[in-house]
Design a protein around this ligand. Structure first.
Ligand code: 2BA
Length: 110
């Protein structure tokens, strides 16, 4: 069994949950925050039999879009408050999805 951890944009989350559930997969949705943009995103957990992993990945690929977003450059570590460092805007491409696939040791429901 595998655990699929998919970090997706909020805009894609509802449709992805519906699509996965329509195809018979269980989903848990977590509200998360990206470390770089410091804005909300969504993390979905799906436990799946090995033989159905590709089907889950296919649904994620079909639903999730990449989008461009503006961000301020992060302040470098060690910059003192009141220093002359000025963040400037940069464009980043976010998504479609960041996906981790983990092998599950045990799956227990009591
Ligand atoms: P954030 O950390 O908010 O990153 C949003 C987007 O900003 C990233 O999109 C990437 O295009 C850009 N970005 C991130 N770090 C950067 C940096 N140091 N310099 C320049 N641009 C940078 P995605 O790669 O599609 O990532 C979307 C979200 O997935 C991330 O949101 C984060 O929540 C998660 N993520 C991505 N890679 C991860 C990893 N290796 N481990 C855990 N979470 C990850």
């Amino acid at each position: 069994m595998k655990l699929v951890i998919a970090i997706v944009q909020d805009e894609d989350a509802a449709r992805l949950v519906s699509s996965l559930m329509e195809e018979g997969f269980g989903v848990t949705k977590l509200a998360t925050t990206g470390g770089f943009l410091r804005t909300g995103n969504t993390t979905l957990l799906t436990g799946v039999e090995d033989g159905k992993l590709d089907q889950v990945l296919h649904v994620i690929d079909r639903v999730c879009r990449s989008r461009k977003q503006m961000a301020a450059t992060p302040t470098p570590m060690g910059t003192m408050a009141g220093s002359a460092y000025t963040p400037y805007p940069i464009e980043v491409t976010v998504g479609g999805a960041t996906v981790f696939v983990l092998t599950v040791d045990q799956f227990i429901k009591v």
